[in-house]
Design a protein around this ligand. Structure first.
Ligand SMILES: [Zn+2]
Length: 128
């Protein structure tokens, strides 16, 4: 069973191990979509500018959207993703989406930094 971010009590403690990595598999937040975006223990919790995710068009359910997502899972290599899709690029921000159902944006890649790939911690389901 996977759990939506908003159903997790104290997520910043529950989802992170002592090395700052994800303790659970990170899945697409869409109901019935079981696409794994990141395997457990592959991404590091970081803080970033959440305003970058404020796209005019989004397929992420409104119940998952927060005004300002500032916590993200970071990986430095695209190959670290289990599955991920790319959607539009606006300026230097390339938006990431679910590889199976295209739901997005769930995160972004900053094209000015080849090691900057982040997935919003709230736009995800978790499989412990
Ligand atoms: Zn999906």
């Amino acid at each position: 069973m996977s759990t939506l971010f908003k159903s997790i009590d104290k997520p910043l403690e529950t989802l992170v191990n002592e090395s700052g990595k994800n303790v659970a598999n990170i899945l697409c937040p869409k109901e019935n979509c079981q696409c794994i975006i990141l395997r457990k223990n592959t991404a590091t919790l970081v803080e970033r500018d959440g305003a970058k995710l404020a796209l005019p068009i989004t397929s992420v359910p409104a119940t998952l959207l927060k005004d300002n997502d500032t916590h993200f899972w970071h990986v430095s290599n695209m190959m670290d993703f289990e599955n991920v899709g790319f959607s539009t690029t606006v300026g230097t921000t390339k938006y990431l989406s679910c590889a199976d159902c295209d739901l997005g944006p769930i995160g972004y890649h900053d094209t000015t930094d080849p090691k900057e790939f982040v997935i919003s911690i709230s736009r995800a389901k978790y499989n412990f």
